[in-house]
Write a protein that binds this ligand. Structure first.
Ligand code: ATP
Length: 476
């Protein structure tokens, strides 16, 4: 496309006469007017055919009144066309949801296409470096279509030949600011084709109350909150391990407590056991009675409890070996969820070397061998650096809440997560707006999903303890 033509060699010529430029005058070929008119007419007809093919309903709505006006005059056109807008108004009043889905969002998408994306496409592409301006011509990625969901615009784009997804992922800030959005996420549809997601509003801006405790015992997936698209955020706990990373006040507690809440009926049914390690003596101690007698706070107690979990794991592995390859929770062999709040207290910040070694070894054993025999670990930590948490890669599922630094995002969610839009370092520190908001990367997709956990208040925990603690225990 950008091949150098022989005529370009003229650029390399220099004049030997001082102060005199070498000037070449291109030959001007005058196009006959009839040819220009023919070309323009062909283009008009082609665009009418293309629009009729792409938007048959919109074109019919426009064409019918025009034809009526031309053939029968304005009175008949008005009389016959009036039922249409009245029908739309009646539809909007009677069934607003279907009207918005089928008509409203399409109109909005068309408006956003024309007013926002097409209007700014050329400058944004050139300035961001995604398009090229070469010898008076623009080579731009193609804007294929815009669709609107309840909260975001999804813009389908065909990349220029030779571009990579990374070229776009590196420029999400240019794109977001260029099109007046707060952020931009890039996902691949197929070779050469991308979808850019630009939020119009933040559907996670208001805190969610605690999710009701399920009626029936379930070992998961547990409903923790909502995803950005409004669907429930379900977290797998059985058959995996989860690491929740977030700065202080990011809302790690809401994920821990929402998980516990969702598992309580299964705990009562004997299908799940919750083992709690609470070295900070803050978060889990509030509902301590729910875990009795498997609650540990001091580092010694924590090491012992973890080693007990390893013993259960090894006993099950011996029993299951050769008979079954996966675990189904039963009353005899319940699913054991080991919950660790601020795991770094037990590993990186632990002064006693022997305890540190015992705890690290037990955690590594559980996370490498526990899931097949029904033991899972849910660990929370503030600082995801490797020096602090050297076994973070042993957790298959990771959740990044608000983080202090942009480099920490990929440490938690894996390489390239931030480039693809997991801006966990830009989550608001205001608890009302940002606590419990985070990004998860599901095992099945490389695209980070933005989520918000429901807030389990002290009163909710108090009620949970009252209703579900073995001895109807009291909170501290
Ligand atoms: N999901 C949520 N929705 C709204 N607000 C929340 C949510 N989770 C927590 N908060 C608010 O943010 C505050 C801090 O939350 P939390 O203690 O869970 O954070 P944390 O990440 O555990 O912090 P730390 O590591 O310091 O213990 C809470 O007191 C609460 O007011």
């Amino acid at each position: 496309m950008f091949k150098r033509l022989p005529g370009d060699e003229a650029r390399n010529l220099v004049t030997t006469t001082p102060d005199t430029a070498v000037v070449f005058r291109p030959a001007v070929v005058t196009t006959p007017a009839i040819l220009t008119i023919l070309i323009l007419t062909c283009r008009l007809v082609m665009s009418l055919i293309r629009n009729a093919w792409r938007h048959p309903i919109a074109m019919t709505v426009l064409a019918v009144p025009s034809v009526l006006l031309g053939v029968y005059g304005w009175r008949v056109a008005l009389l016959l066309s009036a039922p249409m807008p009245s029908g739309f108004i009646a539809w909007a009043l009677v069934d607003r949801a279907s009207f918005i889905r089928l008509v409203g969002r399409r109109l909005l998408a068309w408006w956003r296409l024309v007013w926002v994306y097409r209007r700014h496409w050329q400058p944004v592409m050139i300035v961001s470096g995604l398009g090229r301006h070469l010898r008076g011509r623009d080579y731009l990625p193609r804007l294929l279509k815009v669709t609107c969901t309840a909260w975001a615009d999804q813009v389908t784009v065909r990349m220029l030949d030779g571009q990579a997804v990374k070229d776009w992922a590196d420029r999400i800030e240019h794109l977001a600011h260029g099109f007046g959005a707060s952020s931009c996420r890039v996902s691949v549809v197929k070779a050469g084709r991308l979808v850019l997601t630009f939020p119009r509003r933040d559907p996670l801006a208001t805190p969610l109350p605690a999710i009701p405790i399920p009626d029936a015992p379930t070992v998961g997936p547990v409903e923790i909150g909502v995803q950005e698209d409004g669907s429930p955020w379900l977290l797998n706990v059985h058959g995996t391990h989860e690491l929740v990373a977030g700065a202080t006040g990011a809302g790690k507690g809401s994920i821990i407590w929402s998980t516990i809440r969702g598992l309580l009926p299964a705990v009562r049914a004997g299908l799940v056991e919750l083992w709690a390690l609470d070295p900070k003596l803050m978060e889990l101690s509030f509902g301590r009675a729910l875990f009795d007698p498997r609650y540990a706070a001091t580092p010694e107690e924590c090491a012992e409890l973890l080693e007990q979990a390893v013993t259960v794991m090894q006993e099950r592995a011996d029993r299951f070996g050769g008979n079954q390859r996966s675990h189904t929770p039963t009353v005899q062999d319940p699913f054991v969820l080991v919950i660790v709040d601020e795991v770094a207290f037990l590993t990186a910040y632990q002064a006693d070397r022997d305890l540190k070694r015992r705890i690290s070894a037990a955690l590594a054993t559980l996370t490498t061998q526990g899931r097949a025999v029904g033991l899972g670990v849910l660990a929370a930590l503030q600082d995801p650096r490797k020096e602090v948490m050297n076994i973070r890669n042993l957790f298959p599922d990771k959740i990044a809440l608000r983080l202090d630094e942009s480099e920490q995002v990929d440490m938690v969610l894996g390489d390239g997560a931030r480039e693809r839009g997991a801006l966990a370092d830009q989550i608001s520190p205001d608890p009302l707006l940002g606590a419990g908001v985070g990004y998860v990367r599901l095992e099945t997709s490389p695209e980070p999903v933005r989520v918000r956990a429901a807030y389990v208040s002290d009163a909710d925990i108090h009620a949970m303890v009252k209703a579900y603690a073995p001895a109807g225990g009291e909170t501290r």
